[in-house]
Design a binder for this molecule. Structure first.
Ligand SMILES: *[C@@H]1O[C@H](CO)[C@@H](O)[C@H](O)[C@H]1NC(C)=O
Ligand SMILES: *[C@@H]1O[C@H](CO)[C@@H](O)[C@H](O)[C@H]1NC(C)=O
Length: 289
């Protein structure tokens, strides 16, 4: 179980490494041995720099086709064609991203959800071939990202229909999202996603959003502590991004649900007292795993 003391210490170590030679050394070790799978899902590019001192983040995306700011050097921006609302500006945006060094393209966001990209699997396959497949010789292509819903026609079932209709789409990785209650459920979902992908000759799965849908901060921390090394050890997991890199979402998104900083108040108050600059998004995750 991770205490607030651990959380605050992690923040301190990261920000005052010059004054703490041991910590400095430790983070250097992490940099060289860190996984390149880990990404930052962000809306505000300026927040991503708060994660990079540890060297554990290699890529970032913002559910968009442009990076909307400046990412730290060495972080690969991955453009996404979110859905039909972005078809118009797509070709010029993706050209800019590719010429700036992007080597992957992400497909539609949760097309299995009516509130998100909202597409049938067959429409999605048609649009994918029209807007994304043409870039297959310049980037590696990732499928749309589905939810973890097990409702009929959603989640991995939607994905299987899409892959069935999209065998000539040239996607080489499959993307999924997951929200739920337990690390064991997350792992079995990811294993099922890997099997679905493998059934269509896709050997890489990206988890581009994940997190617990309820629980305490320390439960979220334990969850992360358990699943991140597991994701790193899975050869079929290509990349992953915790939800998400934003102020107030340290490890947990209760704050989003109730709109207030109740849960993390103690932590933020502590950082403030110690004169540690805000924001510290996802700091626990990015500094201790
Ligand atoms: C997509 O894959 C097919 C079959 O491997 C290949 O012939 C085609 O050139 C690829 N498309 C692009 C745009 O690279
Ligand atoms: C993968 O294909 C096998 C053989 O057709 C099937 O039994 C299995 O259910 C499929 N797995 C998934 C997750 O769709």
């Amino acid at each position: 179980m991770v205490s607030f003391t651990t959380v605050v210490t992690a923040g301190l170590l990261a920000s005052s490494s010059l004054a703490l030679p041991h910590a400095h050394q430790k983070f250097h070790q992490k940099r060289s041995s860190s996984s390149s799978k880990r990404g930052a899902a962000y809306n505000d590019a300026s927040l991503v720099s708060t994660l990079t001192s540890t060297g554990t983040v290699s890529w970032a995306y913002d559910w968009n086709d442009a990076n909307d700011g400046t990412l730290p050097s060495g972080i690969e921006y991955v453009p996404m064609l979110w859905g039909s609302k972005m078809f118009d500006g797509w070709s010029s945006a993706v050209e800019t991203a590719l010429s700036s060094g992007s080597s992957y393209i992400l497909g539609f966001n949760e097309p299995d959800m009516t509130s998100q990209a909202d597409m049938s699997a067959s429409d999605a396959a048609t649009y994918y071939k029209q807007y994304i497949t043409p870039y297959a010789d310049r980037a590696s292509l990732v499928t749309p990202a589905v939810t973890s819903s097990t409702d009929s026609g959603m989640g991995l079932e939607w994905m299987a229909s899409f892959l069935e209709a999209c065998t000539d789409c040239n996607a080489t990785a499959m993307a999924v999202h997951w929200y739920g209650e337990a690390a064991s459920d997350f792992k079995s979902f990811v294993e099922q996603a890997i099997e679905t992908a493998s059934n269509y000759s896709i050997s890489s799965v990206w988890i581009t959003e994940f997190g617990l849908s309820s629980g305490t901060d320390s439960e979220a921390a334990s969850f992360i502590e358990e699943v991140v090394p597991w994701l790193d050890s899975q050869s079929a997991v290509g990349r992953y991004a915790y939800f998400y890199c934003a102020d107030g979402y340290l490890c947990f998104f209760l704050l989003r649900l109730d709109g207030q900083r109740t849960r993390n108040f103690f932590l933020f108050h502590f950082l403030d007292l110690l004169d540690i600059p805000f924001p510290y998004p996802c700091m626990w995750w990015y500094t201790t795993t």
